[in-house]
Design a protein around this ligand. Structure first.
Ligand code: GMT
Length: 379
């Protein structure tokens, strides 16, 4: 198949999933064309089946805001037409689904009918999409898609609850490449961070408000009163300044390191004993899956799709949002040497269920299903 993929090219989960999906499809012989405003972070190598088309955003003195969606739609028209794509798969509804709709309508006037699949990732529905500023366009463009997928059952439910969606939403969960995300021997690294054999806690995110990074620091502060621990904070974003300020005011900076954005996050996860994800919204929690693949148990909240991934009492614990006391107690329980080895084993065994080799064929089957439906309509 010749597949177009539209996504955000940054460190965010939806961009990572879209890029890894495209790479996986290319390895299985499909021709994959990425169409975005800059090279996706994880698309940093050559493969004969992978192509990248940059959306050229021209400004003009009259534009207070350069119209990215129009530039994207125009680029899509050209790529679909000249590369003769079979289908277009857009990740994150805003503005990708509406740009795809526009491109599809333009191409129909030229006798080309490109099937469009929209994958909902989370905040495009749970946060931004529900905002009245975008809601009508989000609803319309999801309803105009030929196929819709969501990354968890919870996101599917939430979408039906809040939007008048007519079509069937297929749930295809996030996935992980276990060849890349696996526990590596990094003893020297562990020794440098935990010289006295402290337990190592890790958090990775984009430090947005929904991630509640302050809760990570507070829970760490509580655990630290009862056990020798260190904390690594990976990623960057708007809440980092507040998180650093909180460390200073609690007087615990010496035990916390902010590492910023890291590409090789699996190296850090390889030395971790516990991962904390106290988000107030999380449609799936890809970062938690990455940790589990590296044999790291998870203390998360029990919202969104997290309980579908992090099995309470088995791979870690799923606590109520803002229940810092429960998170602290559960973290201490998991970190106890009597329990930790089993939690680590369980985390890995759960992560194996989300290996790319199991999930990628679900996308291929879905593509075939959508293409077959289109062929049937034509006949
Ligand atoms: O978590 C973010 O803020 C980034 C966001 C994105 O769209 O890049 O992540 C969402 O999509 C990921 C991939 O499907 C999911 O694993 C995350 O749970 C989801 N984030 C939220 O729902 C907050």
């Amino acid at each position: 198949m010749k597949i177009g993929i539209v996504c955000y090219p940054t460190f965010g989960g939806s961009g990572v999933v879209a890029t890894e999906l495209g790479k996986g499809l290319a390895q299985r012989g499909h021709k994959v064309h990425f169409i975005t405003y800059s090279q996706p972070t994880r698309l940093d190598f050559f493969n004969e089946n992978l192509f990248y088309h940059e959306v050229d955003i021209r400004s003009y003195p009259l534009f207070q805001y350069p119209p990215y969606e129009l530039a994207l739609a125009s680029k899509l028209v050209n790529v679909i037409k000249y590369e003769e794509l079979d289908l277009l798969h857009v990740h994150y509804a805003i503005p990708h689904a509406s740009a795809a709709y526009m491109a599809k309508q333009i191409l129909l006037t030229e006798g080309i009918n490109i099937p469009v699949i929209t994958t909902l990732h989370g905040t495009d529905i749970t946060l931004v999409g529900k905002d009245a500023t975008y809601e009508p366009v989000v609803t319309f463009s999801i309803n105009s898609s030929d196929g819709i997928t969501a990354v968890s059952e919870d996101l599917k439910k939430d979408t039906y609850q809040h939007f008048p969606i007519m079509g069937e939403i297929e749930v295809i969960p996030n996935f992980i490449d276990l060849q890349r995300f696996k526990r590596q021997k990094k003893d020297h690294f562990k020794k440098a961070i935990c010289p006295n054999d402290e337990k190592l806690i890790v958090h990775t995110s984009n430090f947005r408000k929904v991630k509640r990074v302050g809760d990570v620091i507070r829970v760490f502060h509580n655990i630290r009163k009862q056990a020798p621990v260190k904390l690594l904070m990976v990623g960057d974003g708007p809440e980092r300044v507040n998180a650093e300020e909180l460390c200073r005011s609690l007087g615990i900076c010496q035990d916390i390191r902010f590492l910023g954005k890291l590409d090789a996050v699996e190296e850090v996860l390889s030395v971790a004993d516990l991962f904390i994800m106290p988000s107030e919204k999380e449609s799936f929690g890809l970062a938690a899956l990455e940790a589990m693949a590296c044999e790291v148990p998870v203390i998360s909240t029990n919202i969104g799709g997290l309980p579908e991934l992090n099995i309470n009492g088995v791979t870690g614990f799923a606590c109520a949002v803002n229940d810092l006391e429960d998170m602290t107690n559960k973290a201490l329980y998991v970190l106890d040497n009597k329990h930790l080895p089993q939690f680590k084993k369980n985390a890995l065994s759960r992560a194996r269920e989300f290996d790319i080799s199991a999930i990628l064929p679900k996308y291929e089957d879905y593509y075939q299903q959508i293409l077959a439906a289109q062929e049937k309509e034509k006949a």
